[in-house]
Design a protein around this ligand. Sequence first.
Ligand SMILES: [Zn+2]
Length: 235
Amino acid sequence: MSHLCAVPGCARPVGGGRRASRAWSIYCNKHRSHERRHGHAEQRQVNLKELAPYLKITDRRLKVTPEARAWDAADERFRALADAAATDLAAWNRGQPMSGIQRLCAEEIDKLARVAKPREVWRLVAAVILMERREPGRFKSDDAFFVQMARVVRRLRDVNAYEWWDHKARRTRRGYRDPNKRVMVEMGRVLSVSLGMVGTTLARMEDAEEARQDKVKAELVGALGELEAGVKEAA
Ligand SMILES: [Zn+2]
């Protein structure tokens, strides 16, 4: 019996590597690999251009209140996360048991901390959170959100790039090797839990500012209406 891919509009048959996995698959090969890479079969990748307005929100706050203690505290939070990852890895090297997912996630955080400044990391985390708040439906599931979070942050380290020989094009290419989906979900989750507060707080501040602007505008409209009505009455 042949089934079609579960993604609406996709007419390809369900696929899968081995017969056993094919029996459980609900997606075609293309959407199955997309799901593994992006956290959901229909999740669109978040690119830096789309994140730009949200990065701007964070940067504006940083510029207006450069002395705020919150920024240093967020830096410190990432350093603590990186230290914990390094400690876990050292313990694992000494033979302490650790789940594969946890270890690979710790490796990701450790590698990230070696090449990126804490501020670069939490700035991106905040931007992804702002995006999630402002664009309902942009993330197809919690997993997709965490995977995209991890992907965005991972781009900070070019050391991920590996070179491979493209036989068809007969040249060396650079690509980014993604860890498996469960590691990416865990990485995104850890980053959101430890650094996400910056994003949620900035989102609240933005909402409050917008509400204030709306109120001032409404007051002006009301006052101008009164002025106009008064002039008409006097005439
Ligand atoms: Zn499909």
